[in-house]
Design a protein around this ligand. Structure first.
Ligand code: ZN
Length: 170
């Protein structure tokens, strides 16, 4: 069983007026919606992984304040086809597995392969890919469904995911 993980496609990261906009994230919205439709049509689960920080999170020392739980910026963008039956996982760190029940939610659905989409390729996607690989999940990253701020960092992250973590970049 596969699961689709839509990582941090939140207003603070995608919209220009957000706290930490990734300008190239706009172009991955439609490809992610196509993936969501594909997974739904096969009865495979869709997970929304959402940064949800406390008001004075230590991560803000590096990145500035963003995605504070309960604020506008921490909401999933309106353009994505999110539904009631989807699983929402709130996280406070880069990895979607750290301090969350993601692994349990995947295992109880019989998931053995995660397809990672969203932002940023070299931060939350990368760290989630690493933690998924450490736990024995197959990892697939569709190139047209991830985005980052820095192109070189993104290129390195994709290479690292492929060569070191054994992820399939498609
Ligand atoms: Zn964050």
């Amino acid at each position: 069983m596969r699961a689709l993980l839509v990582i941090d496609m939140l207003k603070d990261f995608v919209y220009e007026e957000g706290a930490l906009p990734v300008h190239s994230a706009r172009k991955i919205i439609e490809p992610i919606n196509r993936k969501i439709a594909e997974f739904r049509s096969r009865g495979e689960p869709v997970f929304f992984i959402c940064d949800a920080h406390d008001k004075e999170d230590e991560e803000f020392e590096v990145w500035g304040e963003h995605a504070v739980e309960g604020t506008w910026g921490a909401e999933v963008i309106d353009e994505l086809d999110r539904r009631e039956e989807d699983v929402v996982i709130k996280k406070k760190r880069f990895s979607a597995f750290y301090g969350t029940n993601l692994e349990e939610e995947l295992r109880k659905r019989g998931v053995d392969e995660v397809v990672l989409t969203g932002v940023l390729t070299n931060i939350c996607v990368l760290h989630t890919a690493a933690d998924a690989a450490m736990r024995g999940f197959r990892v697939v990253v569709p190139r047209d469904c991830v985005a980052a701020i820095d192109e070189n960092a993104e290129r390195w992250a994709l290479m690292h995911m492929a060569e070191v973590l054994g992820a399939e970049i498609v």
